[in-house]
Write a protein that binds this ligand. Sequence first.
Ligand SMILES: Nc1ncnc2c1ncn2[C@@H]1O[C@H](COP(=O)(O)OP(=O)(O)O)[C@@H](O)[C@H]1O
Ligand SMILES: [Mg+2]
Length: 140
Amino acid sequence: MAAMTEERATQYREKLTATPQALSGIREKIRSHLGIWGLMHIADEVEFGANELLTNVSQHTGSDECELALVLKDTSLRVSVSDTSTALPKPRAQSLVEVRGRGLTTIAAMAVAWGAEVNSETNGKDVWFELSVMEGELAA
Ligand SMILES: Nc1ncnc2c1ncn2[C@@H]1O[C@H](COP(=O)(O)OP(=O)(O)O)[C@@H](O)[C@H]1O
Ligand SMILES: [Mg+2]
């Protein structure tokens, strides 16, 4: 008899319009996927970072169209937002007096890695960050 392999979905991808109204629904979907993966303990970080990246699409690209992806890897979760602009983000140095410009520096501080790359396939870019997921934390 052929061996059966059971494959668990390890990605969640959704094309969306990053309006403030859409973002609250997205937060619920993020939580539901993290629940399935046994990762509720990093839900606040994932939600905060995804919200910052999606808000940046709306504020800095001239379009709300984008795709959010959560990709579960062996020891990390990657949160990625692809937008329609090739302009790369410019994180600013933390300042005590400046209220704006903290999203990416906060993401950089909480994530094990982050980056932004032009995507030649979509003619836009991907901005992403990764949070560490210890072995044994994941739902079986
Ligand atoms: N998706 C994006 N596309 C183009 N530029 C971006 C994008 N995200 C961020 N930026 C640029 O990087 C800067 C820093 O972003 P951020 O740390 O989120 O601060 P803020 O959004 O408050 O300005 C923004 O001011 C903007 O110039
Ligand atoms: Mg921002």
